[in-house]
Design a protein around this ligand. Sequence first.
Ligand SMILES: [Zn+2]
Ligand SMILES: [Zn+2]
Length: 227
Amino acid sequence: MTNKKAKQKAHKILLQNRLYSLCNCNDLERIIKSYQFTVIEYKKSNNPENLSELIKKLRVENEVMHYNSFLYIKNNLKFLFINKDVADNDRCSLLRHELGHICDPDFTCSEISHSEIEKEEFANEFSCYIKNPGALFKFRIFITRKWKLLVEIFLLICFVAGLCFLINPPGIQTANSDKTCYVTSGGKKYHEEFCITVKYKNNLTEYSIAEAVKAGYEPCLVCLPEE
Ligand SMILES: [Zn+2]
Ligand SMILES: [Zn+2]
């Protein structure tokens, strides 16, 4: 049950933002900020004075000590606290996890994350899906991102096919394939009777155009026998 909801929510976020996956801290922070959260970077110790005061005032000293990230939601305040000293990769994982809490419909206000196991599961599963939503889903994003280009390519193909049909309707070729053409001994092309390149030659073999094509001969570029 949780599983499906986390997956749906992750897909929804990716679709809204037209992203194949969320593997970039900047994208993650932008989305988190769109939920009116302020991102606050802290250190385990030696924070600047105003930040230390805020930590004290909100009574999150314990969280600062024991976690690398957590949410604070209370009295219309929405903060995402994150350890400044974690590596970029870890920072992404932490942001994905916290975004999972933010997107959890059962995550009530006025609480600090890292509470109930069920909610941690939702956040972790959400985090997995948003990092790797699967090939089929990525294809869906590809279509949403590129549909204009795909429509353009389709129209272009239709246009070219239409043009080919107008220039060379299939009926004419079949009519011509019974026509007689000539091949010189050792030659690789088939020709019209009047073609300058065969006119004074003996040893001409007579074919229908269809037979000549079937035997692997190509139309002469001088007399263009098919036209
Ligand atoms: Zn959590
Ligand atoms: Zn010819």
